[in-house]
Design a binder for this molecule. Structure first.
Ligand code: ARG
Length: 560
């Protein structure tokens, strides 16, 4: 907040404003001030001991009207701000509903490939991370002014479609599939794998049917379209509940007719080499296995489609970054893909990023759609909502829109569980953990938000001009104020690290700090100055938590 003015005042003794601004730090411990300047950074250029530099800068800092006191400790210049001044400035800035918006991304486009579900498979808990991490990054970058393109690179191509056709024809019909849901489709898929283990000839049939899809055969395409429709309808409902939005659903099949130019570039550059009849790019030099792009029968692969997609995205969106939010299981795929793009001199080659995250397993081992060993996301969401409804009935039986609030709380708890840790951490799914609403959870943050809303309803209109900031100068209040102040920086960090959990952790921390303040201080009191200041603080917290929850894709009910 006061960094610029401070830097300007300290630009003496041969130091520039830029030098100071770049060196300022927020001390880890409050006893070391609100902001500090490590003077040893300038010792060499100024040929002075850090302590002497700190001493010489002290009077310049002290002269500022927002500075309360200055201490020099171990070569650090520790600056304490006047709490009332800081409170007034920060809380004024946080009186609008969205906090920390900026235009630093103006004019830049970021593509984010996330969720990218596979057609004909219901949404399981393993898809939660890519969907909500991608969704959060989407909103975070938007908040910072970027033009963001959310892309669902649908897995809508491959031999599994041939298998499903065989299964449908054997045990069901096109009409029945169209009438049923994604679980029905999945049961056909599971049955296929069971029976094909004993009747391998089924796989030949499946390949033949897939070939017919590739050739544009009418019957085959009708099945394909039905599978896609059933899946997309089901997935769409989940996206609505998770508040997930895409600007493009161009998936693997979209690139059917767009791979040739890439293969031509590779051939022209002499990068495509034959290997047992197949065509690959040799990556031996880069310590990677070859990247397979054309099978011996001429079929293209996942990687071939991703090459075409990269070119298409660069051409269509002219991105400055193209992010792929995909589990680390695909580390090698993306390393190969990015390396091949570099070898092709692809214009966006340096801007491709794999945003990897950990795997989800069940308590008794890995998941597998083929064997039907999975936890469906819809079930998890429904269970969480049921539990939320139970708790709400108990605690607040007269609440309006009970089911709507239960939906917000239940779904919020599930989303939160996937956005709490660093991306890369593996998760062992446990209902107990996801349905635990105590401690560091979405319901806790939502509850704090509702608590703020309730205090603001009770307090009525308040006037910042009449606020007495001395009444929020206690340590507890100051902790809250500093957390509000630091929120925009957390949003920037979350974007920079591609880690939504920075925002998650920030709002949990802020909720804890506000609750400590709330326990020790009444908000709606008679004294006008105090009431106005505390309501102003409460509104700032509400807006900050509300912004954080919105960025994560979690609802914030006004009452709970
Ligand atoms: N559908 C793929 C899967 O479920 C993920 C696709 C990720 N995006 C991409 N452009 N490769 O494994």
């Amino acid at each position: 907040m006061f960094e610029n003015e401070l830097s300007n005042a300290l630009a003496v003794e041969g130091l520039s404003e830029q030098d100071i601004l770049g060196a300022l730090e927020v001390p880890k411990e409050a006893k070391n001030g609100d902001i500090c300047l490590p003077c040893f950074k300038f010792a060499r250029t100024l040929r002075l001991a850090p302590q002497i530099i700190a001493d010489r800068l002290t009077p310049h800092a002290k002269a500022l009207d927002f500075v309360e006191k200055v201490e020099t400790v171990g070569g650090y210049l520790n600056v304490f701000f006047k709490r009332t001044r800081l409170a007034a400035d920060i809380l004024r800035a946080a009186q609008c509903e969205t906090v920390g918006e900026s235009d630093e991304g103006k004019g830049k486009t970021i593509c984010i490939d996330y969720s990218s579900v596979n057609i004909a498979k219901p949404f399981h808990i393993g898809h939660l991370s890519t969907t909500v991490i991608g969704g959060a990054l989407y909103r975070i970058f938007k908040h910072l002014g970027y033009n963001v393109v959310g892309i669902n690179h649908l897995g809508d191509w491959g031999t599994q479609f041939g298998k499903l056709i065989v299964a449908t024809r054997k045990w069901s019909s096109l009409e029945e599939v169209e009438k049923n849901d994604e679980y029905f489709l999945n049961s056909l898929y599971v049955r296929y794998h069971k029976e094909a283990a004993e009747h391998p000839e089924m796989d030949d049939d499946a390949r033949a049917w897939f070939k017919r899809i590739e050739d544009g055969d009418k019957d085959a395409t009708a099945y394909f379209d039905a599978f896609k429709k059933v899946t997309m309808e089901a997935v769409g409902k989940i996206y609505d509940r998770l508040k997930i939005h895409f600007d493009s659903y161009a998936g693997e099949s979209f690139y059917n007719d767009k791979m040739q130019p890439c293969l031509d570039i590779l051939r022209d550059k002499g990068l495509l080499v034959e290997s047992d009849g197949a065509w690959v790019v040799d990556l031996d030099k880069y310590d990677m296995p070859p990247c397979l792009l054309l099978k011996a029968d001429g079929a293209t692969l996942y990687a071939t489609r991703d090459l075409a997609a990269a070119y298409y995205r660069k051409q269509t969106y002219d991105f400055c970054k193209c992010l792929y939010v995909v589990a680390y299981q695909q580390n090698l795929h993306f390393k190969q893909l990015f390396q091949v793009l570099k070898l092709m001199d692809f214009a966006g080659a340096d801007d491709m990023e794999h945003i990897a995250f950990g795997m989800v397993s069940m308590e008794d081992g890995a998941m597998s759609t083929r064997n039907g060993r999975v936890i469906w996301l819809k079930e998890v969401l429904d269970k969480a909502v049921d539990k939320a409804a139970e708790i709400i009935s108990e605690k607040n039986p007269n609440i309006q829109n009970k089911m709507q609030v239960a939906e917000s709380v239940g779904v919020g708890a599930v989303v939160f569980s996937a956005l709490w840790n660093n991306r890369i951490k593996d998760i062992v799914f446990s209902y107990d953990k996801v349905l635990n609403f105590d401690g560091e959870t979405a319901p806790y943050v939502q509850y704090t938000y509702a608590r703020c809303a309730s205090a603001l309803r009770k307090g009525g209109k308040f006037d910042p001009e009449k606020a007495d900031f001395e009444s929020i100068a206690s340590d507890e209040a100051y902790d809250v104020i500093k957390s509000v102040l630091a929120f925009p920086e957390s949003v920037r960090q979350a974007a920079k690290l591609r880690e939504p959990c920075v925002v998650t952790r920030h709002i949990v921390d802020l909720a804890g700090k506000f609750n400590r303040f709330y326990i020790g201080h009444r908000i709606v009191v008679d004294d006008e100055g105090t009431r106005n200041a505390r309501l102003m603080l409460t509104a700032a917290v509400k807006h900050t938590i509300g912004t954080g929850l919105a960025l994560l894709g979690i609802d914030a009910p006004e009452e709970m």
